[in-house]
Ligand binder design. Structure first.
Ligand code: AMP
Ligand code: MG
Length: 449
């Protein structure tokens, strides 16, 4: 695959379109509510029972018949006999007759006979004195029920009562297919009694970094060694994009080991992302190991010139396994047969920019979630940008200030400048045909947060 297109230079858009065109959203599955967070609903969810399911109090107070409170004021309070206590969750309810009341708590069902609730602050709470600010805890005052209370203000029918179905009626549409499930949507699903929902799952993204120079953070560096930052960055970025991501430790620059590592991961991958080893060096292991299936391309892009995309055949792995364990046919994995793999360059800034431009949209496409792309805005560039390479789309790191609509470049074009990357919140896009951007010009800015 790589041989046929080796000399062609791909534009950023061509590579991106080529990736997205070959990906389709993952098959929906039924997930527990919390596992469905951030996922796209694929069913219309109807409301089986009204919310609230019964008439209930919106205040702590006293359930009353409205006529009993007519004309009540500070000097002529209505005096009512307390016949019971209704807590949230109460099943057995006292009946409120003329001249009677029941103490009632927020969320408790309105007892028969009652038409409204008087907030406790409008009563003497049974103390025989001035209006009170609250009720004593039931556990601390078991005798609170009984006796009389004074009501200092009248209430109308339905006052401080939440009508049955006032939130949503039975049979209504709660959420439509296509909704992305955030905390409020999960609240609604739980409220209507749904424990599971059909959604497109989060893509499982496996991140493999390559490089014999790489040492995990926390371990000491030997001569010529550096810490592996890409696998952490890309795993975090994939998670932020909505994926369930798995970081595989850095693999040394050995084609066989690398290939075996990738094949071992296919069982849990909807997408594999690799870093490093795609250039023209003598140890470019990804290219060496995956050259059969993955198309390695030169892009008109800076940073991020070398890129790869293709599909790894899961069947190849099953066959290989079959040979090892006596050809057990049942060992064939149920996963889709081909797993997409995006190979990114190893320079940390190149890897990050490439992730943003190609992998993030790929993850969002697999999720079936909108928007697929980050927001791009126009901003005034503080300072001039010189020597953007002709014919290549350049992505510079910048700090964008939304209040002023200005963007300041941070760091330079160097692809190893991780610190500058960590202080950026935007990518400044310099188009292919532009080589210089005078200070004060408007530029396209991709917002990263
Ligand atoms: P490569 O694309 O493998 O030739 O790597 C290009 C540059 O990026 C080299 O300087 C590597 O040391 C560096 N690099 C590659 N992978 C990583 C990584 N996972 N973390 C940090 N730097 C890396
Ligand atoms: Mg390398």
């Amino acid at each position: 695959m790589s041989s046929g297109t080796a000399d062609r230079v791909w534009s950023v858009s061509e590579h991106l379109d080529n990736i997205l065109r070959q990906l389709k959203p993952l098959e929906p599955i039924e997930l527990q509510l919390l596992d469905a967070q951030g996922c796209v609903l694929v069913e219309d969810v109807m409301v089986p029972v009204a919310l609230p399911p019964f008439e209930n109090s919106s205040m702590d107070g006293y359930a009353v018949r409205t006529t009993d409170t007519q004309g009540a004021d500070a000097s002529h309070p209505a005096v009512l006999t307390v016949v019971g206590d209704v807590a949230a969750g109460s099943g057995e309810l006292p009946t409120v007759g003329p001249g009677q009341t029941a103490r009632i708590m927020t969320g408790a069902p309105l007892p028969p006979g009652a038409e409204a609730v008087v907030p406790v602050e409008w009563t003497d709470g049974g103390t025989g004195g001035a209006p009170v600010v609250g009720m004593p805890a039931a556990s601390r005052s078991p005798d609170a029920v009984g006796g009389e209370i004074r009501v200092y203000r009248p209430v109308g029918r339905g006052d401080h009562v939440r009508a049955r179905g006032s939130d949503v009626a039975a049979g209504e549409l709660a959420l439509s297919a296509g909704t992305v499930l955030g905390p409020p949507q999960i609240a609604l699903l739980a409220a209507v009694g749904r424990a599971t929902v059909r959604v497109r799952p989060r893509p499982r993204v496996v991140v493999v970094s390559t490089g014999s120079e790489l040492v995990p953070p926390g371990e000491e560096l030997g001569p010529g060694r550096i810490h592996d930052s890409n696998s952490y960055m890309l795993t975090a970025a994939a998670r932020e994009a909505g994926a369930q991501s798995y970081r595989v430790g850095a693999v040394a620059d050995d084609a066989e080991t690398f290939r075996a590592t990738v094949e071992d991961q296919l069982i849990r991958a909807d997408l594999v992302v690799t870093s490093g080893g795609v250039s023209v060096g003598a140890y470019d292991v990804v290219k060496e190991a995956l050259g059969e299936e993955i198309d390695f391309r030169k892009l008109a892009m800076q940073p991020g010139k070398p890129q790869g995309f293709g599909f790894i055949d899961v069947g190849a792995r099953a066959e290989a396994e079959g040979e090892g364990d006596g050809g057990d046919a049942e060992a064939a994995p149920p996963e889709p047969e081909r797993t997409p793999l995006i190979a990114l360059p190893g320079n940390p800034v190149s890897a990050y920019v490439s992730f943003e431009v190609f992998v993030r949209p790929a993850i969002r496409t697999l999720m079936g979630v909108e928007p697929v792309f980050r927001t791009t805005v126009r901003a005034v560039c503080e300072g001039e940008l010189t020597s953007s390479p002709k014919g290549r789309r350049q992505f510079l790191r910048g700090r964008h200030d939304p209040s002023s609509g200005r963007v300041t470049p941070v760091g330079g074009a160097g692809s190893h400048l991780v610190k500058a990357l960590a202080h950026a919140n935007a990518l400044i896009v310099v188009p292919e045909d532009t080589t210089e951007v005078p200070a004060g010009s408007e530029v396209d800015v991709v917002l990263l947060d």
